[in-house]
Design a protein around this ligand. Sequence first.
Ligand code: ZN
Length: 134
Amino acid sequence: MIIDPNNNVLSILEYNDIERHVSEVIATGNAIDRKDRINIFVCDGCKGHVITRDVDLGFAPAFSHCGSCTTPGQAVLMHTCGYPIIDQTMREDAQWHRPSYSAYIRMHPKQREYINQGGLVMRPYQSPLTVVKG
Ligand SMILES: [Zn+2]
C-alpha cells in the first residue's frame, strides 16, 4: 500500500484494497471481526447512550464525541462498552461504516490516515431497505 506522506491519499484501487488488508489483520489474530455486531457508546458527561452496529469490515474507535454535550469549545467523549453480549437484532441508532471514496478524498489528512488503517466512521442509522433515488 503506497501512501503519499503529504496528504495520505490512496488511489481508488488501493482504497478498495483496504478491506483485504483488514481481513488479513483479522486472520492473523491481531483484530476481531466485528462486522454486523451491536455495540453501545456511553457519554462520560450526560450518561446518554448510542446503540451502534459495525456495518462494514474495519475498526471502530473506542471513543466518539457526544452529540448532545459536545460544543465547538469542548469535546465530550462517549466510550465503548466493548461489544457486550446483547440482543443483536435490536435496531441501531448509528452505524460504523467505510466512507465512499469521494467522501474519503475530501477528508482531513489525519482522518484519511485513520481510514487507511481500516478505520470506520459513524453515520446515522440507514435501513438496508432504503431505496436509492435516481
Ligand atoms: Zn453527553
